[in-house]
Write a protein that binds this ligand. Structure first.
Ligand code: ZN
Length: 575
């Protein structure tokens, strides 16, 4: 993107700010953007904003020719907190162990719980074109990478405790962040799920009856963090802890690598360690006394670093699937979204909304409207009439500084593709026949021309369209209904049957079905629709739907007609 396009959208504005801050703070070094994800279970689609916000900003910085790295911290050394729905209750015996020490769900090909749930996210990030460097916190902690920082935090535990104390009274007891008040029950539940996977659910700040210690060891006997530090010697780094199971030992923290800093200290420690310039956080991290706010004090006062630029991002909800999935205990993941929409569409949703704007990812019929909006934008861009901000969002959706995302060469409307696969139940030959007839000027001659969009629409029909919303073309004419028709109805059906062959395209059939009621009313074809004419058209359409599919509504009529085929239409309407 040219420098002239700078500041046309929120991404550009953050890029300006982050580049300036990085140059001030660490001149000559790469810009560092960061995200954190906890593979405590399926990574919720709501958590994708944690990645997409820094991804888009880092990508803009890279487009401008600066060196930049996007770190994704896998918080896989966090404790296993609860057994998600759908997993055998016996997994409860692992609660308290690091996520990398918990067995993977049955049947998994991955060595442990964290790797299993990371894998799906890694695949989705690749499909989305997200360029990042993953960091396993298990690897960092168990290799001793943070030893100096841990010793420092323990030495300065009194000061850390005092910082935390500034916020303890006014912290979480205040009113819930405004954002959540606007969420409906389903979204609030989903937001809680998302927060669960973001570290925010961990309220433990290191306070215990034995004193304040910002470090928690995993037990040498049971491997769990049900431990309490009972003493620490600053001079020797000898630390004594007891576990809930009775196990106790004294270790030298200068040599010990089986434990981690509590979340509120761990996060700012990593800001300093990695030199993070930009890391957004969810609304759950940003209330007074929350980890982002407290972390800002701890990173400067204890670790000698600086708080990153950290916009709060609003929750991303789900329409449609949340309700369907909550019944089977599943959460929608980025992979679920990518199964029904192309990567550029999903990227576009994040690019066009400022981080503090909430939005929903549509799993219901709204996805068709979203695709219409996308196609309209592409048409505007082709015509050179798109607004600069819209053009920027589109450009961020379809490519990154390093890759161009796969596109559907001939983007037939998603709603049309969905109708066709609904009617043909995904039969390739029939699908191709209908697509060939859609637009005789630009006929589809190979299904590859409409892929991957066709496959996404097919998955949407198969997984999201309720059984009673599916279209089933009648195999036999509805003789009872045909017997009740009056002369006008018979005549309009005769006009339809007679016009099929000459109008066999999406455009032609559209003109035909709207035109028949005009002819019946004795009006010329170019008549402006009056209220009366609209009523006549509607009742004509209902009649056709009832005769073809036994319902009063269905896919758009011209699409349905093309799908059913002229001979079968004539049979079903009594021609
Ligand atoms: Zn133990």
């Amino acid at each position: 993107m040219a420098e002239a396009a700078a500041a046309v959208d929120w991404v550009s504005r953050f890029a300006d700010e982050v580049i300036a801050e990085a140059q001030r703070r660490s001149p000559g070094k790469p810009v560092v953007c960061a995200s954190g994800l906890s593979p405590s279970g399926p990574i919720h689609l709501g958590n994708l904003r944690e990645v997409m916000t820094p991804h888009l900003v880092a990508d803009e910085i890279r487009r401008r020719g600066h060196e930049v790295v996007h770190l994704i911290s896998w918080d896989d050394y966090d404790r296993f907190r609860k057994v998600p729905a759908g997993i055998d209750a016996s997994w409860a015996e692992h609660i308290g162990k690091p996520l990398t020490a918990v067995p993977a769900p049955p049947g998994s090909r991955f060595p442990n719980w964290a790797e299993h749930f990371k894998a799906a996210m890694i695949d989705s990030l690749a499909e989305l074109g997200v360029d990042y460097r993953g960091i396993s916190q298990t690897e960092m902690y168990t290799s001793g990478a943070y030893r100096e920082q841990i010793l420092l935090a323990m030495r300065e535990r009194g000061r850390i405790d005092a910082i935390l104390d500034r916020y303890r009274t006014k912290g979480r007891t205040g009113p819930a962040p405004k954002q959540n008040a606007k969420l409906d029950a389903a979204d609030a539940a989903a937001a809680a799920e998302a927060a669960e996977g973001s570290g925010a659910a961990d309220e433990d700040d290191g306070t215990a009856s034995t004193g304040y210690y910002p470090y928690r060891p995993y037990c040498g006997q049971c491997g769990k963090d049900t431990t309490t530090v009972t003493g620490y010697d600053d001079a020797t780094t000898a630390m004594t802890y007891v576990c809930a199971d009775g196990f106790t030992e004294t270790v030298l923290l200068s040599e010990f690598d089986r434990g981690k800093l509590v979340w509120k200290v761990d996060w700012p420690m990593r800001w300093a360690y990695e030199g993070v310039h930009f890391e957004p956080s969810g609304v759950d991290h940003s209330s007074p006394g929350s980890s982002f706010v407290v972390g800002g004090q701890i990173v400067t006062e204890i670790f000698g670093g600086a708080q990153p630029i950290g916009p709060m991002y609003a929750f991303v909800g789900i329409s449609g699937m949340a309700k369907m999935s909550s019944s089977r205990g599943a959460v929608p993941t980025p992979a679920d979204a990518l199964a029904i929409m192309e990567a550029p569409l999903l990227r576009w949703m994040y690019a066009r909304r400022r981080p503090n704007q909430a939005f929903k990812v549509a799993f219901d019929a709204e996805i068709q409207r979203l695709y219409d909006e996308w196609d309209a934008l592409e048409a505007k861009i082709a015509a050179g009439t798109a607004a600069p901000a819209d053009e920027a969002a589109h450009d961020r959706a379809v490519r990154t500084a390093t890759v161009t995302l796969p596109r559907t060469p001939l983007p037939v409307a998603y709603r049309t593709l969905a109708s066709i696969v609904d009617i043909t139940t995904g039969h390739d030959e029939q699908t191709l026949r209908i697509l060939r007839d859609l637009d005789p000027e630009r006929p589809v001659t190979d299904l590859a021309q409409v892929r991957p969009r066709l496959d996404k629409a097919q998955t949407w029909v198969n997984t999201q369209l309720a059984a009673d919303a599916r279209t089933q073309v009648r195999t036999e004419p509805d003789k009872d209904l045909l017997a009740t028709l009056d002369d006008d109805q018979r005549e309009s059906l005769r006009l339809l049957a007679a016009g099929l062959d000459a109008n066999w395209s999406l455009e032609g059939l559209t003109t035909l079905v709207y035109g028949v009621p005009k002819v019946m009313a004795g009006l010329p074809p170019d008549t402006k629709p009056t209220q009366e004419l609209k009523v006549a058209q509607r009742s004509f359409f209902v009649l056709i739907y009832r005769l073809l599919i036994g319902k009063e509504t269905g896919p758009r009529l011209p699409t349905l007609l093309l799908a059913v085929g002229a001979d079968r239409i004539r049979t079903l309407i009594g021609g």
